[in-house]
Design a protein around this ligand. Structure first.
Ligand code: TXA
Ligand code: MG
Length: 317
């Protein structure tokens, strides 16, 4: 596997990836959150290929990735809240849902026919270079089959999507390891659609209260909100206080719950940020048919802990 510190991805490789995108093909690429499965957002056929590769229900709209604020302004209408949040959080793990501009070049299929677009500028250096070289907005859901755990390493992408991807840009593990936070600014009041890499506390300090969309909203706007999502194949149980027969343990902090057939520790030091980075990789490591389930120890509901617990809750349904 390539090591980003020693071996920056060669210009020719990026050039090839950009050409794949321009030819309507699928390129998986790293971002600071998770790996994305990218395609030219202006090309409806390429978007359809994403849905097919992911086996994704077609009503689920995709996030559009661009290299800069200026590029975003060509696609969506910014308001004051959007300006405030992007000034501090872009590039970064924040996705905003904003009204499409009338002349927006993004295919309607990418947003599943909605009048809005979810958009972000990733901070990852390679993602930035890739977006600039491709020269088009790139629609990219997380690079995993729909309803399964997101990919935080290039190997996860290959294992999950295999031959459905034309090219995988491997730049090592993702730094945050959890998807972006999604805030809907297109409705009456700013609303959290998905907790993620940027904490809600940080955003509320800038624009005041952010409503939380609930699971029982009749039409979930973000499939991240569909109740069973990010699922493991074997049962997952949260806030475990003891181990049951045959369970693997996903631990957090300095304690353990006793001998288990397999143990992964999200963070021995009890750091939720480190836990977020490890989450999907460790869920995959423990998701094996030889275990009866995965017992997860309690994770505090603070900072990124909230997003981690949200993912675990969906996986546990
Ligand atoms: O960190 C991330 O956000 C990663 C990386 C690759 O950028 N992407 C990601 O994409 O997690 P995906 O497709 O797995 O999740 C996108 C979420 C979905 O829950 C989708 O419903 C929501 O964004 N979404 C997209 N467009 C939307 C829109 N117009 N209105 C409301 N929600 C939208
Ligand atoms: Mg996803």
């Amino acid at each position: 596997m390539s090591d980003p510190t020693n071996e920056p991805i060669a210009e020719e490789v990026l050039q090839r990836a950009a050409e794949c995108i321009q030819a309507g093909q699928l390129v998986a690429f790293p971002t600071e959150t998770v790996y994305g499965l990218g395609a030219d957002a202006t090309n409806a056929d390429a978007i359809a290929a994403i849905y097919a590769a992911k086996d994704r229900p077609s009503f689920n709209p995709l996030i559009i990735h661009v290299a800069s604020l200026e590029a975003a302004e060509q696609l969506v209408v910014f308001d004051d809240h959007a300006r405030t949040l992007t000034a501090t959080c872009w590039p970064g793990a924040l996705t905003l849902v904003l009204p499409r501009r009338e002349d927006c070049a993004v295919s309607l299929l990418a947003a599943a026919g909605l009048e809005t677009l979810a958009i972000r500028v990733p901070a990852h250096a390679l993602a930035q270079r890739f977006l600039e070289k491709a020269g088009v907005p790139i629609a990219a859901p997380s690079a995993n089959r729909s309803g399964t755990v997101s990919s935080t390493k290039a190997d996860h992408v290959r294992a999950s999507l295999g031959g459905a991807v034309n090219m995988v840009l491997d730049d090592g593990p993702c730094q945050i390891g959890l998807e972006s936070t999604i805030i809907d600014l297109a409705g009456d009041a700013p609303t959290l659609l998905r907790a993620g890499g940027v904490t809600i506390e940080l955003l509320e300090r800038q624009i005041g209260e952010i409503k939380t969309a609930t699971d029982d909203d009749t039409a979930p706007k973000a499939p991240g909100m569909l109740s069973r999502h990010y699922a493991t194949a074997i049962p997952l149980r949260m806030d475990a206080l003891e181990l049951r027969e045959g369970e693997a343990l996903l631990a957090f902090g300095g304690r353990t719950l006793g001998p288990a057939p397999a143990i992964c520790n999200l963070s021995r030091g009890g750091d939720v940020k480190e836990a977020a980075t490890n989450l999907f990789d460790m869920m995959r490591q423990l998701d094996k048919p030889e275990f009866t389930g995965i017992a997860v120890m309690e994770i505090p509901e603070t900072g990124l802990g909230r997003a981690i617990n949200d993912r675990l809750r969906r996986a546990s349904k």
